[in-house]
Design a protein around this ligand. Structure first.
Ligand code: SF4
Length: 342
């Protein structure tokens, strides 16, 4: 498996400032020493409760946020400290699908203009094999304008919509249709990597499956690599090849989908799985359901960050911080229960 993205010791700590003096009075520890690889042509599911740092990690990988420390490599190139200008090429290769299709499309723009905008913002030609010295499409080259229109028509058909929609406004569409348009905008520049941040959680259940199937189809047809962020394990199970479980800014378990669902080791993963309701299975009520709420990332617990909610907590867990142990090839767990299995 070829690595597309590598993350080393990534930290994102937001300063909390005093409103009156502007002095820093603390930090929100959103990401703590995250190490992760994303392989070419896989869908990596990232799951955890709200406030676990999933979106922050996605935004750091896309360099919409500059991390406090650590390194992010894209195809072996360090993009951690690149400037806005230096990131221009990366922006075409790595795109984002937002959670809320009602907020992410400009209500004043027709769908055609929404899909044309990425070419303008990224000063990009509509096809990747365009000669490097060809004129910018925005210097009104008729040939390039035609290429853009052709590309827009191609993409609108790829997402299962008709060309008539190009002349309409976002408010004329349902949530599922809007999310299709948002996906079209994300893939129109031929990216290699997509971060999809809770792309179906704002949609009706009946529509969620359609959008997930569309993402799987696009991943296959366009050779995409995807980071799929969700708090919903049943959605993650359906779409992902590997799954990373996050808790309070740390990855606590990382494994292939089958390994995670059949042989999970971290008590938090177990608690998340126990929380998934099974309509035809009355054992859900008898399972150990996770108690309490995720602690504040401004004041995370010492030792193991999960110790305040863990049914297997020991004195050691309250004092020491567990390593990310590799218990078998491609299966890592951050828990002292796995200390001697690595
Ligand atoms: Fe629970 Fe201890 Fe493992 Fe943390 S290290 S998950 S508190 S058993």
């Amino acid at each position: 498996m070829q690595e597309l993205i590598k993350i080393k010791e990534l930290n994102m700590h937001y300063p909390i400032t005093d409103g009156l003096t502007g002095n820093i009075k603390g930090y929100t520890y959103a990401l703590n020493n995250v190490n992760l690889e994303i392989y070419e042509n896989e869908i990596l599911g990232l799951v955890g409760e709200s406030g676990s740092g999933k979106s922050t990690l996605g935004n750091c990988i896309l360099r919409l946020l500059k991390p406090t420390s650590g390194e992010i490599y894209y195809r072996g190139e360090d993009i951690t400290s690149k400037t806005k200008k230096e990131l221009q090429e990366y922006r075409k290769r790595a795109q984002l699908i937002f959670q809320n299709p009602y907020m992410s499309l400009n209500p004043r723009m027709k769908i055609y203009d929404i899909l044309k905008e990425p070419f303008i913002v990224n000063k990009s030609n509509p096809v990747s094999h365009f000669a490097a010295d060809s004129p910018s499409p925005y210097k009104c080259s008729i040939k390039n304008r035609e290429k853009i229109e052709e590309k827009i028509r191609e993409i609108i058909s790829l997402i299962g919509m008709k060309e008539e929609v190009l002349n309409r406004y976002p408010h004329e569409f349902s949530g599922g249709q809007r999310q299709r348009i948002a996906i079209a905008r994300a893939i129109i520049l031929n990216p290699e990597f997509i971060a999809a941040d809770e792309p179906v959680s704002a949609l009706d259940v009946s529509i969620q499956a359609q959008i997930i199937n569309l993402l799987i189809k696009l991943k296959e047809n366009l050779n995409l690599t995807m980071l799929f962020i969700s708090h919903d394990l049943s959605v993650i199970k359906y779409i992902s090849d590997r799954i990373a479980v996050m808790y309070l800014g740390e990855i606590v378990e990382l494994a292939s989908k089958d390994e995670l669902f059949n042989n999970h080791k971290h008590p938090y993963t177990e608690a998340l799985l126990n929380s998934v309701p099974h309509p035809q299975d009355d054992t859900t009520e008898k399972k150990e359901i996770i108690k309490g709420e995720i602690p504040s990332p401004q004041n995370p617990p010492k030792g193991c960050k999960f110790h305040t909610r863990c049914p297997y907590v020991t004195d050691k867990c309250r004092i020491e911080h567990p390593e990310f142990y590799e218990i078998s090839p491609n299966h890592r767990v951050r828990c002292f229960l796995c200390e001697n299995k690595s």
